[in-house]
Design a protein around this ligand. Structure first.
Ligand code: 4NP
Length: 158
């Protein structure tokens, strides 16, 4: 089982969008049993709050199932549980390390580092542009899946 945790600042816009798009990709590729996928925040700002309507609307528009995730903060224990901790932007990486400590096992990545054009994913909480967020996240997730398939034998079809 590959355990993936997506992380952003509030855990209501970008990281739940990544969680649900990735769950959808995994399901469509028949890989559901091989993954455990969740998302979390670095801040305490939105703890307990549901997925932002901008993310919910975009997922609905793309026919992607949006579950009932409520925002939670990443913990030190998450670092032990998850194999991949995937941040949306550079500042998330800094904040994650403040909470979990040094990335001794090199589990912390930035989503768009898996794309051909590494960059941050802008926060739609500020930009209001959930279409751009969706495109950026999709690009990163496709690169991530490709990376996993090359690396992890449990994802190969024989
Ligand atoms: P997210 O967006 O990190 O993509 O979930 C944000 C949501 C809420 C806040 C900041 C960013 N906030 O400050 O409450």
């Amino acid at each position: 089982m590959i355990k993936v945790l997506f992380v952003c600042l509030g855990n209501i816009c970008r990281s739940p969008m990544a969680e649900y798009i990735f769950k959808d990709m995994v399901k469509k590729q028949g890989l559901e049993g091989k993954f455990y996928i969740d998302s979390a925040a670095t801040s305490t700002e939105e703890i307990g709050n549901p997925v932002h309507y901008g993310t919910r609307n975009k997922l609905e528009q793309m026919n992607i199932e949006c579950g009932n995730h409520t925002a939670r903060r990443i913990t030190k224990q998450d670092y032990e549980i998850f194999d991949y901790i995937i941040a949306m932007e550079e500042q998330n990486m800094v904040n994650i390390k403040r909470i979990v400590g040094d990335d001794k096992e090199q589990k912390i990545y930035k989503l768009l580092d898996f794309s051909d054009n590494p960059r941050d994913i802008a926060d739609p909480w500020y930009t209001g542009n959930f279409d751009k967020t969706y495109e950026d996240i999709k690009e990163g997730l496709e690169g991530f899946m490709e990376y996993l398939k090359k690396k992890d034998p449990i994802l190969r079809r024989d």
